[in-house]
Structure formats: C-alpha cells, structure tokens
Write a protein that binds this ligand. Structure first.
Ligand code: DGL
Length: 303
C-alpha cells in the first residue's frame, strides 16, 4: 500500500476515461502543437526539439490566464479545449498538453473532442519510486494537479513502499512567468517547500509542473546533491516520437531544424525572453486571441 502524505490538505476531484476519436488523414509535414498555461511547456519543447529535430512546432502559451493551478476545474477544461481546437485549426497533427495541471484536470475530456492524438504529462511518481533509496520522495506540483483523481491514482499505482510528500508550489509558476528563476525571494520560497522534505529524509524530488525544470539551479543551490530531480520532459518527447511513428506521421528529414512558431495570449515578451536565454531560440512571438466560453466576458470587455 502506498504511503502518501499531503503537505497541505486537498480534496479529490473526479475524472473520466474515454475512447479516442478517429484520426483524420494528416500530413507528416504538419506541425506538432505544444501548449501550456504559460512558459513552462518550453521545458517540454526543449526536449522535443532535441529528440525530434525535424518536427515543426507551434507553441501556445496561455499566459493571459496563467496560472491554471489556482483556477477552477471547468476553467482549465474550457481553455484546454479552446486551445486544442485552435491548434487543430492551425493544422497541428498531434498535441502535447505540456501542462501537468491541464492534463490532470482535462485531458480525458478534451481527448474525446479533438480529432488528433493528445500526449499529456504527469508527475514522475513512477521513476521516483524506482529511484529513491531512502524511500522518501517529494512532489512539487500545483494544487490542482495534487488534488486530481488522476494524480491520486498515479500514487496508488506506483508508490508502493515509498513515502510521498506532496507540496503545492504556490507562487512558483508566477515567478517563472515573470522570468524570475533565481531572485532571493524565489529562493526563500523554494527553500520553505524543500527544506521540510530534506528534513523528512527525501532523496528524490518530482518536478510535477513543467515550469519547475527552469528552477533547477535554484533547487540545486538549496539541496546540493541531496535530491535527485525527476523531470519527465525527455520521456514525453519519446512518447511523442512513438505516437507519430505509430500513426505514420513522423516528419521526413529537413535541411535545417525549423524554428518553432511561438504564440502567446499575452504580449509574449517574457516568452521571447525565456526562449532566448534558456533555450537559445530567438524567434518572434505572435499575440493570438483564442476565445473560449469562460473568457468570453473578459474578452468582450477588453475589445
Ligand atoms: N506548467 C503548468 C503545469 O505543468 C503550470 C500550471 C499553472 O499554470 O499553474 O502544471
């Protein structure tokens, strides 16, 4: 039986599983869509580009509405579906939901409605349980992810004989969204989450939010080599590769790796800055308007 500890109380949420819709005929040269509430999905984009350099990518940051981790379930499902539909309309042949929160909350629902394959992300509980020697592991993720039925099921499946200390990373997504990956305030916040895990004997830390790999240097400063960090972005890139292969949708070779097409629902300045400094990609960012049921009122107000 898994031993699971919440560092704060969180109620379970419900989820549903469904069968996949038929896949329409798609062009292998079409782009892969990658989406996140904001800039965190860039850590997944980095891994996808390394693994699949021939693939064209459209990246959408829903920064106008980040963080999702503090939103209600319906809002997250509404935005995930609207952005998925927008990416399908842009010609995407597959969609990576590079957001643990959106995956945990809405991937099953959205999968039923989109005619392309979806690849989700989830906290690396399984690799942590396999690797931890002390049998104590920390999980940093958003409140929504931690309280989701999908995450609770993940713990039940893989956490046998390992104690998991689950800590919501309040404030961390907001910091990365403003390109703060190392200020004294951010380090103090991180320390308040990580030190109790170290004190409890954790030797492994699951980065259960795609924004958090950008905080690895700050986490190292706090924990040194006492924590093995688990980031699943490379596994996601490999899963995307398998799915594209199975569907006959892998892009044929190209002369040069295409630049990603970056889109943001906000002004995109921070997306451009983070992509340039951390991924060495200097590409323009398009501001895009992606309406959805829950944001209609704000949109018409802003128009
Ligand atoms: N990158 C998202 C995740 O992996 C952050 C969610 C948020 O916006 O709070 O969960």
């Amino acid at each position: 039986m898994a031993s699971i500890e919440s560092m704060t109380a969180s109620p379970p949420a419900s989820s549903a599983l469904s069968s996949l819709p038929a896949i329409p005929s798609l062009d292998p040269r079409a782009p892969v869509g990658i989406f996140d509430s904001g800039l965190g999905g860039l850590s997944v984009l980095r891994a996808v580009r390394a693994q699949l350099p021939n693939e064209a990518i459209i990246y959408v940051a829903d920064s106008l509405y980040a963080p999702y981790g503090e939103r209600d379930d319906d809002f997250i499902a509404d935005r995930t579906l609207a952005i998925g539909e927008w990416l399908v309309a842009q010609g995407a042949k597959a969609l990576v939901v590079a957001c643990n929160t959106a995956t945990a909350q809405s991937i099953a629902l959205v999968r039923e409605k989109l005619p392309i394959q979806l690849i989700g992300v989830e906290p690396g509980v399984k690799p942590a349980a396999l690797q931890s020697r002390s049998r104590v592991a920390g999980v940093l993720a958003t409140q929504v992810t931690l309280r989701s039925a999908r995450f609770q099921a993940l713990l039940e499946r893989h956490a046998a004989d390992c104690r998991f200390l689950c800590q919501p990373g309040h404030g961390l997504v907001q910091a990365v969204e403003r390109c703060d990956i190392g200020s004294p305030e951010l380090r103090a916040l991180l320390e308040s989450y990580i030190q109790p895990m170290l004190d409890a004997g954790a030797d492994t830390l699951v980065l259960g939010c795609t924004h958090y790999p950008f905080l690895d240097a700050a986490i190292r400063d706090i924990a040194g080599d006492r924590l093995t960090l688990i980031d699943t972005s490379i596994a996601i890139a490999r899963q995307l590769e398998r799915v594209l292969d199975q569907q006959g949708l892998s892009s044929p070779g190209r002369d040069a790796a295409p630049q990603p097409r970056f889109c943001s629902t906000s002004d995109g300045a921070h997306l451009r800055q983070l992509a340039a400094t951390l991924l060495q990609i200097d590409a323009p960012v398009e501001r895009v308007h992606i309406p959805s049921r829950r944001t209609a009122a704000t949109d018409s107000h802003a128009a």
